[in-house]
Design a protein around this ligand. Structure first.
Ligand SMILES: Nc1ncnc2c1ncn2[C@@H]1O[C@H](COP(=O)(O)OP(=O)(O)OP(=O)(O)O)[C@@H](O)[C@H]1O
Ligand SMILES: [Mg+2]
Length: 400
């Protein structure tokens, strides 16, 4: 590894004697230093970004140290600043720290104390720079995932599909099955990349969510149609149960469809052949919804308890189930329940983390109920879109 370049420090003080002593002491400790006699000169010298730290006197002719500090921050200059003054007051310290100083020293100061503060400020800045670099690398990685990996896989899926459809020559049933299975594996990778990117976007607060009223029953019906082939291929029965209700919910259609898709993919993955999966979608009055056991780890958004009715979307399966102690953790990123089938069937443990973030962005809640060996049920409660629910129109009517 190349030796680290010495850090450059700018001493900004109109008192040349103090600056000279400080300069000598810091240079003895291996720093490269320079001196500016006033704030204006300091701003010019800091402009080229060569300094990692400025030690700045508050009281100087021309612009004050505090003003210079504010201008440094306004200009977005990447330099840590330690303020020093002979006339300290609590208000001044607060103003300096609020304006972006990393430390504050009262004159007269001991040179050793100043050296310790310099070392600390330089180390903290290096840590921030390292963190920012890692953050940038992470963003580059996600950019690479979405463009350099996802796009070619999508092209591979398209090509295999053309073959599977027999457009490049006859394909027998067995070959078509193999090609279909290749497409499904590629789709799994695409879904995993999508979950990874979206969890990252949600966490960075940069997820574009387009909320509009939709009928959840329509989203559910489309999902069942989409996954009926995969369920059949795995030998499990997939059914849809809706109450014909026209209640709407305020969601991002694409995200909501992916939430349901993730739950169905899981149900298919964790239900052995011969089992069954039910996607159900119904409107429930709040009195009834409260009778549904919302677990303590599931924190509803503000005002949720005052709502009159909800849409309840649930995916239940007759699969292996999830041990009780894992039920809240499976919604965390990269968490998989210790479940032999889960490990065999792969996955990153991101699907449910994505579901939770998406459902919460619609002001809803999601949780799981399960008994190991007796199947699982994933339940989503979403507020009804105002004016579209039967419960609101007929408040006395009890619905299932
Ligand atoms: N229907 C289910 N039956 C049994 N276990 C489940 C079910 N759904 C989820 N799990 C458990 O919860 C874990 C987390 O699910 P999640 O969807 O987040 O991750 P994954 O399916 O393992 O991977 P990914 O979704 O990223 O491909 C699973 O690994 C599994 O252990
Ligand atoms: Mg999953």
């Amino acid at each position: 590894m190349a030796p680290r370049k010495p850090e450059r420090i700018l001493i900004v003080d109109d008192e040349a004697d103090i600056a000279a002593i400080l300069k000598l002491h810091l240079e003895d400790s291996g720093y490269i230093t320079a001196w500016a006699g006033n704030g204006q000169a300091a701003l010019q010298m800091l402009n080229d970004g060569a300094y990692s730290l400025a030690i700045m006197d508050v009281k100087m002719p021309g612009i004050s140290g505090v003003e210079a500090l504010k201008q440094i921050r306004e200009a977005g200059l990447d330099v840590a600043v330690i303020m020093m003054t002979a006339h300290g007051s609590e208000d001044l310290v607060v103003e300096c720290m609020k304006s972006g100083a990393v430390d504050y020293v009262c004159k007269p100061f001991s040179l050793d104390d100043m050296l310790q503060r310099v070392k600390r400020a330089v180390a903290n800045r290096q840590m921030v720079l390292r963190k920012n670099r890692l953050e940038r690398e992470k963003e580059d990685f996600f950019f690479m995932l979405s463009h350099d990996l996802k796009n070619p896989i999508t092209a591979v899926i398209g090509s295999i599909d053309i073959m599977r459809e027999g457009r490049l020559g006859p394909v027998n049933v067995e070959q078509a099955e193999y090609l279909q299975s290749a497409i499904e594996s590629c789709n799994e990778i695409v879904a995993m990349i999508d979950n990874l990117l979206d969890v990252q976007r949600f966490e960075a607060g940069r997820m574009p969510v387009v909320i509009r009223p939709y009928r959840p029953a329509e989203i559910a019906a489309a999902a069942v149609e989409r996954f009926s082939k995969a369920a059949e291929y795995e030998g499990v029965e997939l059914s849809l149960e809706t109450d014909g209700d026209t209640t709407e919910v305020a969601v991002d259609r694409n995200l909501m469809a992916r939430v349901v898709a993730n739950l169905l993919v899981n149900a298919i993955k964790f239900t052995p052949a011969g089992g069954n999966i039910k996607l159900s979608c119904r409107c429930v009055r709040s009195t009834k919804a409260h009778r549904i056991r919302i677990p303590v780890y599931c924190v509803p958004p503000a005002g949720f308890a005052n709502l009159q009715c909800f849409v309840c979307i649930s995916v239940s399966d007759s699969g292996n189930g999830i041990p009780h102690e894992h039920l809240d953790h499976i919604f965390e990123r990269y968490t998989q329940s210790h479940n032999a089938i889960g490990r065999e069937r792969g996955g990153a443990g991101l699907g449910l983390a994505f579901c939770k973030m998406a459902v919460e962005s619609f002001n809803g809640i999601i949780w799981a109920e399960s008994e190991a060996g007796l199947g699982s049920e994933f339940i989503i409660l979403l507020p009804c879109y105002p004016g579209t629910s039967r419960c609101e129109k007929f408040p006395s009517e009890e619905q299932s």
